[in-house]
Design a protein around this ligand. Sequence first.
Ligand code: HEC
Length: 126
Amino acid sequence: MFAGEGKSLIKQHCASCHMLEKPEPEQIPTLKAPAFDAVLFHLKDAIRDKAAQKAFIIDYVQHPSASKSVCESNKVAKFGVMPPLKGKVTPQELGHIADCLIEIYPHPAFVRMIKEILRNNAMRAL
Ligand code: HEC
């Protein structure tokens, strides 16, 4: 599979809701779904095994539910549960999409930004 194939499937099926670029801190409150940087940051934190990460994405897109969510609980509270895309995207296409997401996200610049935000919050609490 070419990485380009996964990317164009992501643009076609996911990008109307999930931001593909690194969000700036001031954009985060205005998004209608968590940016993929944030989704994959949480997913990789919660699930270490790559095959299990891939299986999670393939399943979640077809059968999303609050009880499965690995993003912090405020994501579902803030955005509502993701609408299921079952029937709109095939499991095979989802396999390409998942490989591509796991390869690309989170961007190193996003991880640096999150660490900076966490550090600032910790400083403020002192
Ligand atoms: C109609 C808008 C919409 C589309 C299209 C969409 N999503 Fe989502 N997605 C959301 C919202 C809102 C959330 C946050 C709430 C949640 O986690 O269910 C979310 C959350 C997620 C999560 C995190 C699950 C968790 O742990 O909470 C994954 C993974 C995900 N989406 C993958 C995808 C993929 C892959 C596609 C494209 C095939 C896609 N989404 C298309 C709206 C969308």
